[in-house]
Design a protein around this ligand. Structure first.
Ligand code: FAD
Length: 326
């Protein structure tokens, strides 16, 4: 009996090896996966119905998928790591950088800091903690019945729990009336870099917003620009003279994804005391969520809720958490 199982296992491993290259072609996420992942997937495919292979399967941890790679997402991941429970974590972020401190963006604009000096979690940190990342890629759609998301590069990624950490961004007013005016939003590292590149001493720049606008105008003046800050109300009178307008107004929660998926949304995504949305498999944290608790507290609430209710799901032979299109 033992010998039969060993022979079966050996045969299946050979088939897995022979098909290894084929899986590289099939898997659009090839760069994300280690050899172990491929072996794991290969076994689950060819081993369907084979006791020998399913008996040796690695444990499958709950797959937590984050949409957004900002400070909220990372606060949650760090809180989850502190629980000591093993999870399979993937972060999808549309910015091509690791997690950084947005509060320091004005100093980036002024040329006093670069991306390294404002980074809080660099790529090595994610790797050391076993966090899979897909950066520079957007989550475009949530398929709730199949518990999967579609990404901007056309992939489908399955989740056991999805955490929306999509943050907030200033709303861009309709500037069609001012065709000659260049409009910038000030919210990300790339926004700051683009604005710094466009800054010219001879260009009058109007920065619209509250205290952040004052900070941004000050940074632009350090670059030699003729920049002034204005509130949303007073800006109307100043717009005619401005060649460049920077929007640094209060950000609005990014809720498009949640809304399209039919989750309950008011101004932000509606969550309960555990940060769960109206779908118990989807959570929301940070600036996109309708929650007044500080970020660190939200992260702790989410981590303890997810750890408490998480049970390693039964292994599904016909499924793998990351490459099963809905
Ligand atoms: C210039 C600036 C200065 C600030 N200064 C301060 C300060 O001094 N003090 C303070 O307390 N707060 C400050 N804030 C606010 C603070 O940065 C936010 O509260 C905090 O960043 C919220 O974190 P978050 O992770 O929820 O959202 P965000 O930081 O907005 O991160 C969300 C991330 O998700 C990404 N994303 C959105 N949609 C998708 C999608 N569909 N797929 C993949 N990725 C997606 C976004 O691009 C972003 O990278 C400042 C904000 C800005 C912009």
């Amino acid at each position: 009996m033992v010998l039969t199982v060993m022979i079966l296992l050996h045969r299946n491993m050979q088939i897995a090896n022979a098909r290894y290259k084929k899986f590289l072609l099939y898997a659009p996420l090839a760069r994300q996966y280690t050899e172990d992942d491929f072996f794991h997937v290969a076994c689950s495919r060819i081993g369907a119905g084979s006791e020998a292979v399913s008996a040796t399967s690695e444990p499958r941890y709950e797959h937590l998928l984050f949409a957004g790679n900002g400070m909220s997402a990372l606060a949650c991941v760090e809180a989850l790591l502190r629980t000591g429970r093993p999870f399979d974590i993937t972060i999808i972020g549309d910015e091509p950088h690791g997690n950084y401190d947005r509060a320091l963006l004005a100093s980036v604009l002024a040329g006093e800091r670069d991306i390294e000096s404002i980074t809080l979690n660099d790529i090595e940190w994610y790797q050391e903690n076993g966090i899979r990342t897909r950066l520079g890629i957007r989550v475009e759609e949530i398929n709730r019945p199949h518990r999967g998301v579609r990404t901007s590069d056309g992939d489908w990624i399955n989740y056991d729990k999805l955490i929306l950490a999509t943050g907030a961004r200033p709303p861009v007013p309709d500037m069609d009336l001012f065709e000659e005016t260049r409009v910038f939003v000030f919210s990300t590292f790339d926004d700051a870099r683009r604005l710094a590149e466009a800054a010219r001493p001879d260009v009058r720049t109007l920065v619209i917003g509250g205290s952040l606008a004052t900070e941004v105008a000050c940074a632009l003046r350090k670059l030699g620009c003729d920049a002034v800050a204005a509130t949303e109300n007073s800006a109307v009178h100043e717009l005619a003279d401005a060649h460049t307008v920077v929007i640094a107004t209060d950000p609005q929660p990014n809720v498009t994804l949640a809304k399209a998926a039919g989750l309950r949304v008011n101004r932000g995504i509606v969550v309960n005391d555990c940060m769960a949305t109206s779908d118990p498999h989807i959570f929301a944290v940070g600036a996109c969520a309708e929650c007044i608790a500080p970020l660190a507290e939200q992260a702790e609430l989410l981590a303890s809720a997810v750890s408490r209710i998480a049970a390693p799901p039964a292994r599904r032979e016909d499924d793998h958490s990351r490459i099963q299109p809905p």
